[in-house]
Design a protein around this ligand. Structure first.
Ligand SMILES: *Cc1c(COP(=O)(O)O)cnc(C)c1O
Length: 559
């Protein structure tokens, strides 16, 4: 016989009684214990198997039904844990991309937010989220050199959301009636060839179209070539266009190239002024790299954390660029990247809070919330309506880590990355580091066919399209071979590192494998094992390449 269901069974208590609390602790304990039982520090995947046949997702669609009678919560816990089987996990061999582990304070902050489940749209509905959001805006504004009483911001849907909002602000600055009458097509945006594709998408979403997005050349260090920016702005203006938006990538997602915000600011101002135009809105896409601003006040001479000389030098180089972040009109911190909080915790900051007002709704348009006699904080300018209070997670992490905690973590990542570079150079000379001037968390490396051309020759434009395609194909084979064993070590790769000119007058992007230090569990002492493994894989790739060219009758790869 079934018990009479009491609908309260699925909810936390309203009176703080210990029985409900213990039930919740037990259920959370079940998840933590279950996840721990799946962990293996020498593998990148949690234990358990998933047979991902070609019809995997199709089968799921057909099998899945809502149960008529609810499943007891312990059994739900078991089913949830099954989802985690063979899931990638951030062990020491997780080396693929900017996909961090969520820290304990980050997770606790989320749980805190979930307990009251406030709606961060309005402080009357979500006062905890509003308070945490304002605190985090104050903290991060000071970090980048914004005046916290002048600046503003909000938590949003990712670095991409920040780029999109920056573009909306830029449009409103130049065409105040665009909100009512639509976006004129003479407006242009600029970013470097190495920028994230977020701006490409934003151009589409605002109706400007990606044709009005101008890609600026990058230098060998993956940073924007500011002289080319000036030329391209001039050429847009000559054709009757108006440059309204520049995204300066301060930490590219692949190579950690860092655009010089100061140079971009000054160049953009000079070109616009010369034509009697307003300076374009400058957004620093610091989603990833902005966290290096934690070194803005580090005493590099006294070196209180006793960082290794090479690490110190690398951090100083990066900080030298990050120090200009405060010149940007808006910027972003993806806490789900180097802030060590769960998805989705992204913060948009604007130097001048009045910029957000450009996007605000008229009070008549928001009859349900805000602009009433009560409540002082209503985010009518966000693209979202309801918003999660992700600021509570950011706040929690900022408190727990503190400036020094973030400094130590980032310094460890850099330490490990530099150790990898040294070991790679000494053990696998055929793997060439192709972002040598970006000393952060990422090493991109590229292998070359025996007797093939060099990276330097590729950069100088003396290689043919065919030669570079062959080297790319060899590297693609390396990606595939590494990918087959990514449960063992999970490396990343990119098919768009630097676009180089070719001897035959074309352009082509270079493929490179990626070593991304993102797990706090990857330590310097693990580097030699990682490089030994890579050496075996690379040897296999060369071997199979020769076999293919012998038996297949083709010469080299990718022919
Ligand atoms: C990750 C990233 C983005 C996109 O951020 P999301 O949070 O994934 O939307 C944009 N720009 C850069 C430089 C990034 O690293």
């Amino acid at each position: 016989m079934r018990n009479t269901p009491d609908v309260r069974q699925w909810f936390p208590s309203d009176d703080g009684n210990p029985d409900k609390r213990e039930l919740m602790m037990r259920l959370i304990g079940q998840i933590l214990t279950g996840a721990d039982a799946l962990k293996d520090p020498d593998s990148v995947y949690l234990k358990g198997t998933k047979r991902r046949s070609g019809s995997f997702y199709n089968d799921l669609l057909l099998e899945s039904e809502i149960p008529g009678q609810g499943v007891p919560m312990e059994q739900v816990g078991d089913r949830l844990l099954e989802l985690l089987h063979a899931h990638p996990y951030h062990t020491k061999y997780f080396l693929t991309n900017i996909l961090p582990m969520a820290s304990i304070p980050g997770i606790l902050g989320m749980i805190t937010a979930f307990i009251v489940n406030g709606n961060n749209l309005w402080d009357v509905y979500g006062p905890a989220g509003a308070e945490a959001e304002v605190k985090v805006i104050g903290m991060m504004s000071k970090l980048v050199g914004y005046d916290p009483l002048q600046s503003g911001g909000y938590t949003s849907w990712g670095g991409q959301g920040a780029i999109f909002t920056g573009l909306r602000i830029a449009i409103s600055k130049f065409v105040p009636d665009a909100m009512a009458n639509g976006v004129p097509d003479r407006l242009y945006a600029f970013c470097s060839e190495a920028a994230h594709y977020s701006l490409f998408k934003s151009m589409e979403a605002t109706g400007l179209g990606s044709r009005n997005l101008v890609k600026v050349r990058t230098k060998a260090d993956s940073s924007m070539d500011v002289a080319d920016l000036c030329d391209k702005m001039e050429s847009v203006i000559r054709k009757g266009g108006v440059p309204v938006y520049i995204v300066a990538t301060t930490g590219t997602t692949d190579a950690l190239g860092i655009d010089n915000v100061r140079e971009i600011y000054e160049a953009a101002k000079a070109v616009s002024q010369a034509h009697g135009l307003k300076r374009p809105h400058i957004h620093a896409d610091s989603a990833l790299g902005g966290f290096f601003a934690f070194f803005n006040d580090y005493d590099f001479a006294a070196n209180p954390l006793a960082l290794q000389p090479e690490t110190l030098k690398a951090l100083q180089t990066i900080q030298g660029r990050m120090t200009h972040l405060g010149m940007a009109d808006s910027l972003c911190f993806d806490f789900q990247k180097l802030g060590q909080t769960p998805y989705l915790t992204s913060l948009l900051l604007v130097k001048d809070a009045a910029d957000l007002r450009l996007l605000d709704l008229d009070p008549d348009e928001t009859p349900y919330v805000g602009h009433r006699g009560y409540g002082q904080y209503h985010t009518g300018y966000t693209l979202e309506c309801s918003r999660m209070a992700s600021s509570i997670s950011m706040y929690s992490a900022l408190l727990a880590f503190g400036v020094e905690g973030y400094q130590r973590l980032l310094a460890q990542f850099v330490d490990v990355n530099l150790a990898f570079r040294r070991e790679l150079a000494s053990q696998i000379p055929e793997a060439v580091i192709v972002n040598p001037d970006n000393p952060g968390l990422v090493t991109l490396f590229r292998i070359y066919p025996g007797g093939g051309r060099s990276f330097r020759e590729e950069l100088s434009g003396s290689c043919t399209l065919t030669e570079i395609r062959q080297t790319n194909a060899l590297n693609e084979k390396l990606f595939e071979t590494l990918g087959e064993r990514r449960d063992r070590m999970f490396f990343g790769d990119t098919k768009k590192h630097l676009i180089v000119p070719t001897a035959d007058g074309g352009h082509i992007a270079l493929y490179a494998a990626k070593f991304f230090v993102i797990s706090p569990y990857t330590q310097v002492e693990h580097v030699s094992g990682i490089v030994r493994y890579l050496k075996e894989i690379i040897a296999q790739v060369y071997e199979s390449d020769e076999i293919q060219s012998d038996t297949g009758g083709t010469v080299g790869v990718g022919a």
